[in-house]
Design a protein around this ligand. Structure first.
Ligand SMILES: [Zn+2]
Ligand SMILES: [Zn+2]
Length: 260
């Protein structure tokens, strides 16, 4: 029987993931009304009704996914706090300092690889797409609220990964918090329909290697390309990288004429 402490940890983590989603998606959806009023605040009443319905659906799926993400995270947190079972450490001198950035990168690279291949598999087999991934592609275009809009099967395929890694690869609590922050930030900003990074970043080294909205937007338009999560590495290596969205880059250039 789960103990009271375990229940608190499981429910607490579900609540944290849900509140984090509502706060971050809410903040970016609110600020997106200024940049993309056509998407976030349409004047046409019919469009506005359709958008409200879409956002309700995105929030519903996301809150369900938040519970699925919260459970393995809550279990790992409980085992760390009560038995010291994970390899999360709090004393920075436990491992060399260079391990801090290396562990951060390792977690992101493993997460990115897992996401790329499971995501590609879901697009490869139509039955799997219909069962697990169609929900994520229901909104065209998605909004910032779609950050966690996954069918429970898709959420299950990904939710256990970071908690499992904490049992295998040592990580200090600060890089771990950074992994979770990066995951949340990119999950939201990649779906909000406009590019948040400066155009010169997107055109430069950063944009060639790191995935932002300009890259993921192409995935939501064309489906069979741009599968990655954080890095363009796998997409480029496997020939599935179809570049960045002209629409988002043009919109960005209009907003930053002084930087041209
Ligand atoms: Zn997406
Ligand atoms: Zn997809």
């Amino acid at each position: 029987m789960p103990t009271t402490a375990l229940w608190i940890s499981l429910l607490g983590m579900c609540l944290i993931v849900a509140v984090r989603y509502l706060a971050v998606s809410g903040l970016f959806a609110w600020s997106s009304r200024v940049v993309r009023p056509d998407v976030y605040a349409p004047k046409d009443p019919k469009k506005a009704v359709r958008l409200a319905k879409q956002i309700r659906r995105e929030i519903g799926w996301s809150l369900l996914a938040a519970i699925i993400y919260g459970l393995p995270a809550g279990l790992a947190a409980h085992l760390w706090a009560t038995r010291g079972w994970t390899r999360i450490y709090a004393d920075v001198s436990d491992y060399p300092l260079w391990w801090l950035p290396v562990s951060l990168f390792l977690y992101l690279a493993i997460h990115d690889s897992w996401f790329y291949w499971t995501h590609r598999a879901m697009h490869h087999w139509p039955w799997l797409f219909r069962k697990a991934h169609a929900v994520h592609h229901e909104s065209r275009p998605p909004t910032a609220w779609a950050a966690m809009a996954f069918h429970p099967w898709e959420a299950v395929s990904a939710a256990w990964l970071i908690p499992a890694l904490t049992f295998l690869i040592p990580i200090h609590i600060v890089p771990l918090a950074l992994v979770l922050t990066i995951m949340t930030f990119f999950g939201v900003t990649n779906h909000m329909g406009w590019e948040i990074f400066p155009k010169r970043w997107v055109d430069g080294w950063f944009g060639r290697h790191v995935i932002s909205a300009s890259h993921h937007h192409v995935h939501h338009e064309r489906y069979l390309s741009n599968y990655g999560l954080y890095f363009r590495f796998w997409d480029k290596l496997c020939g599935t990288d179809k570049g960045l969205s002209d629409e988002l880059i043009r919109a960005k250039a209009k907003r930053e004429p002084q930087l041209q």
